[in-house]
Design a protein around this ligand. Structure first.
Ligand code: SAM
Length: 272
């Protein structure tokens, strides 16, 4: 599975006639609005709030990300993470997004439990997926799988407008409280089934799915803007999945590139 990646054949335009089938009716309320505010108001100052040891730990995390990126370059085609993404990772206080009992582990380059059987992703994976989105400040971004809100905060450092959806109510509520408290007022957090995206806010220049799906959800492809990209792990539950980079061309044609074998918690919801 560790083969070198390359652009794969086009599969289809992402609309209701997608070969994966028409959009199914959903048995779950799509989304309940639970949080929002305006522009990013307060930049978190690591030095002021956490002290030097935490700054050092975060620098260590960035070094580990750079090292893992270099070691996986043959598979991902990514030799180094965009410096703006690295700056975003340097600014986000990851220790605020994990349970206090394990805050001292927050800057290790590994996933950590966040309760309800869910995890905050490994920093390297957050860096790689964010890099693959190739964000510009004006991009509208949708994240599926809010979890702790950490990935949303990283995105919010890079673009003006982020929407994020979580299916587990306590996690959704926690993130909707945490993000504005930390100054991430440009994130709109919703509770619901992210399989169906956020059609009222579409199109998105970038969509990131942080849970493993059995297939690329057609509603997400449909909600991509022309030239938009979708990064998503696809494969069997509780197994190794493949991180895919899906690109929708201006003419609506969709291409898929395999990036890296990964392991994510499953995307629940979707058609049954
Ligand atoms: C690996 S965790 C995400 C980590 C998160 N991005 C962070 O920064 O902490 C995956 C998350 O996806 C959520 N999830 C699973 N299926 C979902 C769905 N259909 N819609 C929205 N969220 C979903 C899980 O509840 C879990 O919180």
């Amino acid at each position: 599975m560790n083969e070198k990646s390359g652009e794969r054949a086009a599969v289809a335009a992402g609309d209701a006639s997608h070969p994966l089938g028409p959009f199914p009716r959903r048995p779950f309320p799509r989304r309940e609005f639970i949080g929002r505010a305006g522009a990013l108001a307060v930049a978190w100052s690591g030095a002021a709030q956490a002290g030097a040891p935490r700054d050092e730990m975060r620098r260590g995390m960035l070094e580990a990300i750079a090292d893992t990126t270099a070691r996986t370059a043959a598979s991902t085609g990514v030799e180094a993470i965009d410096p703006e993404v690295m700056t975003a990772l340097d600014r986000v206080p990851r220790h605020e997004f994990v349970p206090t009992e394990i805050a001292e582990l927050a800057y290790e380059n590994r996933p950590l439990p966040i309760g309800h059987g869910q995890t905050i992703s490994q920093p390297y994976i957050v860096a790689l997926m964010t890099h693959l989105l190739a964000l510009a400040p004006h991009h509208r971004v949708l994240e599926i799988g809010t979890g702790s809100g950490y990935q949303a905060a990283v995105l919010a450092e890079l673009v003006d407008s982020v929407r994020t959806i979580e299916i587990v109510p306590p996690l959704a509520r926690q993130a909707a409280e945490r993000l504005p408290r930390l100054g991430y007022d440009n994130v709109e957090a919703g509770l619901g089934d992210g399989y169906y995206g956020w059609p009222e806010a579409a199109p998105f220049q970038a969509i990131i799915v942080t849970a493993a799906a059995s297939h690329v959800p057609p509603p997400l492809v449909a909600q991509l803007a022309p030239d938009g990209v979708l990064v998503i792990p696809v494969g069997e539950r509780f197994s190794v999945q493949m991180l895919l980079l899906v690109r929708k061309r201006a003419d609506g044609e969709v291409s898929v590139r395999q990036v890296l074998p990964v392991r994510f918690v499953p995307l629940t919801g979707g058609p049954r």
